[in-house]
Design a protein around this ligand. Structure first.
Ligand SMILES: Cc1ncc(COP(=O)(O)O)c(C=O)c1O
Length: 476
């Protein structure tokens, strides 16, 4: 019978097998399809097997090739969602982090781990121009937004002790383009989604400050309590950046917390700080290194100005977890500033990756993504068959095929939906989708350090090549 003891020599041999698989995967990445040609039933047949009662030993590793072949691959032609490309150096950090199995609860649990996380958080805050902010790494932007809004709610409308019963209605403001993570957070915090105001946007999908101020005044007049405004620094659809400085002034004058959802875009401040004027005026900012710092999932971050606000929201310490040291380093505990108690060593990959390449290399890669987006937008505008459907502020490009000049909006939507499905299935380039003012868009989002100009050019050629085939199949 197998025990859970693993001889070091077996580990060395198996690790070499995995490293070889990873290396071969990376070597062949650019030739791989961006989407595996697998169906639901096939993936069930391959992986939904019975739990083995007896160990399979080395045979367990044999199925890893199936895992690789049936995974979506982030080569230079992957432009879906806001999905970073996954730096392999960081992946090596993840491996060591798991072997060390550090629990990043408090310095006493992991002196190196906690110090490294505090260090990378400082590096990130300095890199995006939010010097003196502190914070924590999170599982992603959704968790960071939830934590930022939890701090806001507790600061402006305390409910941790007595709940929110018998209190006035609290209100959160975001633009019409705010990410779905925000209504989710508003619901989880007991504020209620009907108390999230969707402030109208201008033609470039940026929140209109005067409309924000109007909405706040209306709520105040009705006796409600405006809690926070969520400004987007990179909306998920078009990468639009709300006018942060103006929104910060309104938030400050009316006593609201300002949370900036920078999960998609704010790390681009490393390359283009001018686009993010006013970012440092926020009370809290979410960032996603697993998006635009090319880190393997998961790696999000919440930055905040006042550590007291984080403690106010999150400190609740059982006797068994009390700190025995008042030293600012040795007595530090992330769990007093975070939702989580047990936390993985996320910082190690980011620390290793930033040390290995240096910030300059990341700045250049982000700038390349920004330039690639402009290149794609120009190619779309040059094509009589394509139409750009939104501004290209950062690296998201929304467009469609017009089919022909007589096609109705309904037919165009139907056609582009089918077109996208076919493009994804072909696996040459991967596009996701968006909807802007009722129009179905093909959407390329470029947060990919592997992308070359030829990969960008492949987008338009692929769309133009497939369109006539899809149109004739649909008989339109
Ligand atoms: C603007 C914005 N906010 C929040 C999120 C959620 O981030 P995560 O997927 O890391 O939870 C995303 C994800 O794409 C996003 O684009």
């Amino acid at each position: 019978m197998k025990t859970l003891e693993l001889p070091t020599e077996d580990f060395r041999r198996l690790a070499a097998t995995v490293v070889e698989l990873c290396s071969e995967y990376l070597r062949t990445l650019e030739d791989r399809s961006t989407f595996p040609g697998v169906t639901g039933p096939e993936s069930e047949r391959l992986f939904n097997l019975d739990l083995p009662e007896g160990g399979m030993g080395d045979q367990a590793f044999a199925a890893l090739t199936d895992v690789i072949h049936n995974s979506r691959c982030q080569n230079g032609r992957f432009f879906g969602y806001v999905q970073g490309s996954g730096d392999p150096i960081a992946a090596l950090g993840d491996l060591l982090g798991s072997i060390l199995n550090q629990n990043i609860t408090a310095w006493r649990s992991s002196p190196a781990g906690v110090t490294i996380e505090r260090t990378v958080v400082r590096w990130l805050s300095e890199a995006v121009g939010c010097r003196d902010f502190v914070g924590t790494l999170t599982s992603g932007g959704s968790a960071a937004n939830l934590m930022g809004l939890a701090m806001a709610r507790e600061a402006k409308m305390p409910g941790n002790e007595h709940g929110l019963y018998n209190q006035a209605v609290g209100v959160i403001y975001g633009s019409e383009q705010v990410h779905m993570a925000v209504p989710k957070a508003v619901a989880l915090l007991g504020i209620g989604r009907e108390n999230l105001r969707y402030v109208p946007c201008d033609d470039d999908y940026r929140m209109v400050p005067s409309q924000l101020e109007r909405a706040i005044r209306q709520d105040e007049a009705k006796g409600r309590v405006p809690i926070a405004v969520v400004a987007s620094a990179g909306t998920v659809n078009t990468g639009s950046i709300d006018p942060l400085r103006e929104i910060a002034a309104i938030a400050r004058s009316r006593g609201l917390w300002l949370h900036v959802d920078g999960a998609y875009g704010a790390l681009a401040a490393i390359a283009a700080p001018g686009k993010f004027d006013g970012l440092a005026l926020a009370d809290s900012v979410s960032l996603d290194p697993h998006k635009w710092l090319y880190q393997p999932l998961d790696c999000g971050c919440l930055l905040y100005r006042e550590v007291g606000a984080a403690r106010n929201a999150f400190t609740y310490t059982g006797n068994y977890a009390k700190q025995l040291s008042s030293d600012p380093v040795e007595g530090f505990a992330f769990f007093e500033e975070s939702i989580e108690l047990s936390r993985r060593f996320r910082a190690l990959k980011l620390w290793l990756s930033l040390r290995y390449y240096g910030l300059r290399a990341f700045r250049a890669a982000i700038q390349r993504d920004l330039d690639h987006a402009q290149r794609l937008a120009e190619a779309i505008e040059r094509s009589a068959s394509l139409e750009l459907l939104g501004p290209v502020e950062l690296s998201a490009v929304c467009f469609r095929h017009i089919l022909n000049e007589y096609a109705s909006e309904e037919v165009r939507n139907h056609f582009n939906l089918a077109l996208r499905k076919r493009i994804v299935a072909r696996g040459k380039v991967y596009l996701s989708n968006a909807e802007l003012r009722g129009k179905f868009c093909l959407r390329a989002c470029i947060v990919n350090h592997r992308t070359k100009e030829t990969d960008i050019d492949a987008v338009v050629s692929e769309v133009l090549e497939i369109a006539p085939k899809v149109a004739s199949e649909l008989a339109i």
